[in-house]
Ligand binder design. Structure first.
Ligand SMILES: Cc1cc2nc3c(=O)[nH]c(=O)nc-3n(C[C@H](O)[C@H](O)[C@H](O)COP(=O)(O)OP(=O)(O)OC[C@H]3O[C@@H](n4cnc5c(N)ncnc54)[C@H](O)[C@@H]3O)c2cc1C
Ligand code: FES
Length: 360
């Protein structure tokens, strides 16, 4: 919303600032945030502790109904110390259910996930963006599915499984769900109760870091896959989990049979050529900063109090894309250095190698 100017020189200036929709919206939001006509605001209707470090927020949205497909995610914006910060979260509820649910695992030193766990209370508000993503069911369902999931990767898969059950899917659905230890299994009782009413569903809980009676132990391997899903080549596979699991599965299951989603930045670690600091000039904001060139540009700018627009923070949404006027960056996803001329870069994937000029 524009700032209301105190002094006008021309009527057109006044009209330009007096945007009736913005003012109406502002007044409505002052009455109650959920009355907003331009933003999707959700009130936290309940909070469930799923595991020691994972919570589900049940969200009531102000719009009629937020349309989404099972498996999609949405941007969630919270205000932390006066700054609006956005992260993406998969929707763990299914489209036929009344409320929107997100299930957030606390990450060590993570800004938003810790804020969700420590600060958000019943009745608080969060802002939601449009649901998106292609980790969804195909229009024509295959006869067999395989879901390979690690940790919080269960969230979009749980939504898909509930949807398949709701559609009375009669084919075969196999879920291989990896957790470090038994206590970290998210939706353990929900998945057990889902399989009692969904005979097509076969769930295998696997623990990587402990032996526990009734549970299989081990990491994903070809031998394990051949034992648990010998017909894997006949199945459409959905994969959601950490980078190591992604790598192991992608090495075995052909890409045309695989739909995958990653919650974590998967950056190639290559060390910087030297430990010299670099000068980064922000041409639009008329600032010059000294950065270490050790983390991504997005992280280092934020560490220095500059908050460029960002969303997924892992190269998916392109919200952080900006023009590099000059200087060399390393693309940490590809592990390659840029040319020194003008080009578009993604701040969340780029590390500064030498002095830079950025158009922000
Ligand atoms: C499409 C998509 C869907 C997602 N769905 C979910 C979901 O359903 N549930 C959920 O809990 N998270 C989900 N995430 C991850 C989520 O968006 C955040 O990245 C996560 O909550 C961490 O944010 P933060 O602000 O706490 O950490 P940040 O402050 O952004 O990061 C702090 C540190 O944690 C590391 N880190 C960041 N994210 C992760 C991660 N996911 N795993 C391990 N280390 C990490 C960073 O490298 C950094 O060192 C999803 C991400 C994407 C892209
Ligand atoms: S924040 Fe999404 S691509 Fe960088």
């Amino acid at each position: 919303m524009k700032t209301f100017p105190l002094k006008y020189h021309k009527t057109s200036e006044y009209l330009d600032y007096f945007n009736p929709k913005d003012w109406f919206n502002f007044l409505l939001e002052e009455l109650n945030p959920t009355y907003s006509i331009s933003r999707t605001i959700a009130r936290i209707a309940s909070i469930h502790l799923e595991t020691k470090d994972t919570k589900t927020l049940v969200l009531r949205v102000n719009k009629n109904k937020l349309k989404f497909q099972a498996g999609q995610y949405l941007p969630v914006t919270v205000e932390i110390n006066g700054k609006r910060i956005t992260r993406y979260y998969s929707i763990s509820s299914a489209p036929f259910e009344t409320d929107i649910r997100i299930t957030v695992k606390r990450q060590k030193a993570g800004l938003v996930s810790n804020f969700v766990h420590e600060n958000l209370q019943l009745g608080d508000f969060v802002e939601l963006g449009a649901p998106q993503g292609s980790f969804v069911l195909p229009e024509v369902l295959p006869s067999k599915f395989l879901f390979v999931v690690g940790g919080s990767g269960i969230t979009p898969v749980y939504s898909i499984l509930k949807t398949l059950q709701n559609q009375n899917f009669a084919g075969s659905v196999k879920l291989l769900y990896f957790s470090r230890i038994k206590e970290e299994i998210i939706f353990f009782s929900e998945l057990n109760s889902l399989r009692t009413k969904f005979p097509s569903l076969d769930v295998e809980f696997l623990l990587t870091d402990e032996d526990s009676p009734g549970f299989r132990t081990g990491f994903f391997t070809r031998e394990m896959l051949l034992e648990l899903a010998p017909d894997f080549l006949e199945r459409l596979t959905y994969l959601c989990g950490p980078g190591t699991l992604q790598e192991s599965v992608k090495a075995i299951i052909p890409s045309e049979k695989l739909i995958s989603e990653n919650f974590q930045p998967f950056l190639k670690s290559s060390s910087k050529k030297d430990s010299k600091q670099v000068e980064v000039t922000l041409t639009k904001s008329h600032k010059t900063l000294l950065l270490n060139g050790e983390k991504t540009l997005l992280e280092e700018l934020e560490d220095n109090g500059v908050y460029p627009q960002s969303g997924c923070r892992m190269g998916i949404c392109h919200t952080c894309a900006c023009t590099k006027k000059s200087g060399v960056v390393t693309n940490l996803q590809e592990g390659s250095e840029s040319e020194s001329g003008e080009e578009t870069i993604q701040l969340c994937l780029s590390r500064a190698e030498e002095n830079l000029e950025l158009d922000i």
